[in-house]
Write a protein that binds this ligand. Structure first.
Ligand code: IFM
Length: 764
């Protein structure tokens, strides 16, 4: 098999679609920004994008989306007066690669122009050590003497889906530094890009025009001599905690980087990446395909993890562009968060801080949505303030070109419970209650308060019900008693109750002041009643099947294949008012199965099996979130071949980049961090059978038949463990720095892991 620490290609396909998909596959990111995997000479038509985390803007009535910064990585070459570009020059050879070890992108292209051969090589990375910084090494060699002109600098022809977001763009040169300064239209936030180069040949002039701020270097290049220069660019915005002005900070960052030099910048960057991999890698012995796909998935998550202290989160398309408005969905808590919680807790904290930061936005949404509710109704599509970026008409109909009413925003109420569950998981797995005290407790109580105000008491049946919702299966909207949603709401009440009990015991003063601040004393007994009396659809006594929502079993029976055969337009949406799936049992994505995975301890194997088998043929997997849920439950019930094929589907989504890029009229191209997180969960939770709770870590291994071993690290209660599962046994090494003994239960055998000791347990 190929290099398991790399993705690469030897082809350049000069087609828009391929350039767009490669832009995703080869993107680099450092949590502060993402840089799409495009070539040095490309511009907005090739979807060059440097997408900034946590900075959003809105133009007119269009969707609010993250801001793309001017491209400080731009370089173009002219050979004897002819522009050289992968788009227009004959290519003899092309190779591009992305290292998974350190997120370094490289391209090497051999061009032929009028009988001369020119080779261009460039290497780029976004510093993992200095988040504002990008660094590029650029070289060229011509086989014959030639007149060469290099234009390098900042291109501020920006690709936007709903822009332009940057106004008052001005290009300057200050001493040796190029600057492009701008402000966002909506909030007037400054965005500045600075660029310096380290170059020791040719004659340099400055050229600004056509939305490019460039230096022009002219030289008579000698035959077969390689010319190399280095570029350093920095993006700084008003969101950054800088002490000087934004442009001064940007200049300082590039000057310091230049002073340090390329090798030093790279070695600091590499050191950060080495640290990440040391703890986050997962090794699968005996299956290179799975290993590579999983490593790429983990790599994606590591690249986009928020910068420490930013209280940012990870959008559904990460930092690969502006798709989905750069918004944060339930994807983060339910699919990405567990990876961080178990392997990189300092990032898990950041993701939770984001929900604390946006609590007021969630409160505003609760008050203003529908009849008006209490508590916190988190945004379905959340940006920096927590106000909902999701529109009521969120999908374009490719037939009529009109926007379709969807109820994602106002009815997908499970989002609040998803947040509460993640907040509580953080506490259970880390044992760290500081987040609860810093606002996490308030988040949980506000989510419970929201469900209480949303629920309806059915007097006849003497139960509370959650009505008129959209579950994860977005093809069936406004349904009653959706099993997933109701279960999540019930869990929210249970969590709120457990949290209050915990605070009462451990932090009574904090509880007192929180209850007073929130004016919630009266609600606390009610939360206990809600936890007991909230109705969740139960398994049918004979079949074990759980009805996804009231009336689902009465819908039309059809198959996904039959349904798809009836599609008139390849991008037509199967849900919303008139969608083909609406009157049928075909569902978009795991819903009941998602619930069985999330609450796996509450259901018997027989119930999980019955529902997996019932819903699997009826699921379209129209969302990238679906496959991993089916994979995990399949592993849980011993259908390991199924688990494996769903695992590969989820883990390869971004490497293969064959996903659909339009839903309705909406462009959706980009990366899929939720599926990446799902890949990790499938391996560690599914095949590894790992589950931690407040008392112990349970491991019930069920390795896939091709795997000789599975090895990973995990944190539990602040202590670190290395776990290796082979076909017959489990070895657990407790780090010597661990604070105390921790209980692990391997296939029913309880063992104490003593700091610094290695334990070996047979499980067959
Ligand atoms: O959050 C998901 C949703 O469940 C299905 N549509 C896409 C969203 C973003 O990934």
């Amino acid at each position: 098999m190929h290099n398991l620490w790399q993705v690469h290609t030897d082809k350049f396909i000069n087609e828009k679609e391929s350039i767009m998909r490669n832009g995703n596959v080869y993107q680099i990111a450092n949590g502060y920004m993402g840089y799409r995997g495009t070539l040095d000479e490309f511009g907005p038509d090739e979807l060059v994008g440097i997408t900034l985390a946590g900075l959003y803007d809105r133009v007119g009535d269009a969707w609010r989306e993250p801001v793309n910064a001017p491209n400080g990585g731009f370089t173009e070459i002219t050979l004897d007066g002819r522009e050289i570009s992968a788009l227009s020059t004959r290519i003899k050879k092309h190779h591009q690669s992305l290292s998974l070890g350190n997120a370094v992108f490289e391209r090497e292209t051999d061009f032929e122009s009028r009988g001369k051969a020119l080779q261009i090589k460039s290497t780029r990375f976004l510093s993992a050590d200095e988040p504002n910084l990008g660094v590029i090494k650029f070289s060229f060699t011509c086989n014959k003497a030639a007149r060469v002109r290099i234009k390098t600098g900042i291109d501020y022809n920006i690709w936007d889906l709903n822009g332009p977001h940057l106004l008052k763009l001005t290009a300057k040169k200050k001493s040796g530094t190029l600057l492009v300064q701008s402000v966002t239209g909506e909030a007037s936030k400054k965005v500045t890009v600075a660029e310096v180069i380290d170059l020791h040949f040719g004659k340099q002039t400055h050229e600004a025009g056509g939305n490019k701020n460039l230096r022009v270097i002219e030289l008579d290049a000698k035959a077969n001599q390689t010319y190399t220069f280095y570029k350093y660019f920095a993006v700084v915005t008003d969101n950054d905690p800088v002490k000087t002005s934004v442009h001064e900070a940007a200049i300082k960052k590039v000057e310091e980087a230049k002073d340090s030099g390329y090798d030093e910048c790279l070695s600091r960057h590499n050191a950060q990446w080495a640290k990440r991999w040391e703890h986050c890698d997962v090794k699968i012995e005996g299956d290179d395909e799975a290993q590579h796909a999983l490593r790429y998935s983990i790599f994606q998550l590591l690249m986009v993890a928020p910068v420490n202290g930013s209280a940012n989160s990870i959008p559904a398309r990460a930092l690969s562009g502006q798709v989905y408005k750069g918004a944060i969905f339930w994807d983060t808590e339910m699919f990405m968060f567990p990876f961080f919680l178990y392997t990189y807790p300092e990032k898990a904290v950041e993701l939770m801080r984001y929900r604390i930061k946006t609590l007021d936005g969630a409160r505003r949404k609760a008050k203003t949505e529908g009849a008006g509710y209490r508590g916190a109704f988190y945004a379905w599509e959340s940006q920096e303030s927590g106000d909902d970026a999701c529109t009521y008409f969120n999908i374009g109909d490719p037939f009529s070109k009109r926007d379709l009413r969807t109820y994602f925003r106002d009815k997908q109420v499970h989002i609040s419970g998803d947040v509460a569950i993640a907040m509580w998981e953080y506490f259970k797995v880390t044992g760290d209650d500081s987040l609860l005290l810093e606002g996490g407790g308030e988040v949980i109580l506000e989510c419970a308060r929201f469900y209480y105000s949303y629920a309806y008491f059915n007097k006849d049946k003497h139960r509370h019900e959650i009505l008129d919702v959209v579950g994860p299966d977005e093809y069936h909207e406004r349904v009653n008693n959706n099993a997933f949603t109701s279960m999540v709401a019930k869990a929210t009440f249970e969590i709120a109750n457990a949290m209050v009990e915990y605070l009462r015991r451990r932090h009574p003063d904090k509880l007192k002041s929180l209850v007073k601040k929130m004016d919630i004393t009266g609600a606390l007994p009610v939360f206990r009643e809600m936890a007991d009396l909230l109705y969740v659809p139960q398994p049918d006594e004979t079949t074990g099947a759980i009805e996804q929502f009231d009336g689902y079993f009465k819908l039309k029976e059809t198959t996904v294949k039959e349904l798809k055969a009836r599609m008139i337009h390849p991008n037509e949406y199967l849900g919303a008012g008139q969608g083909l799936a609406v009157p049928t049992k075909v569902i978009k994505q795991a819903d009941v199965v998602m619930m069985l995975n999330l609450f796996k301890d509450r259901y018997t194997e027989q119930v999980k099996k019955a529902n997996w088998e019932y819903y699997e043929p009826r699921t379209e997997h129209g969302s990238s979130l679906s496959a991993c849920a089916y994979a995990m439950v399949a592993a849980d019930i011993g259908k390991l071949d199924w688990a494996y094929s769903y695992f590969l589907k989820t883990a390869k989504i971004d490497i293969e980049a064959r996903y659909k890029v339009y839903v309705g009229t909406i462009f959706m191209g980009g990366s899929h961090p939720a599926a990446n997180g799902g890949a990790w969960m499938t391996v560690v939770f599914g095949f590894g059978g790992v589950k931690a709770n407040a008392e112990r870590v349970v491991i019930n291994p069920r390795l896939y038949k091709e795997w000789k071993s599975l090895q990973f690290n995990m944190f539990y209660k602040g202590d670190s463990f290395n776990v290796k599962i082979t076909r017959n046994d489990v070895t657990i090494i407790a780090d010597p720095s661990n604070k105390c003994n921790r209980t692990f239960v391997v296939s029913g055998k309880s063992i104490e892991c003593v700091p610094g000791k290695r334990l070996f347990v047979g499980y067959r």
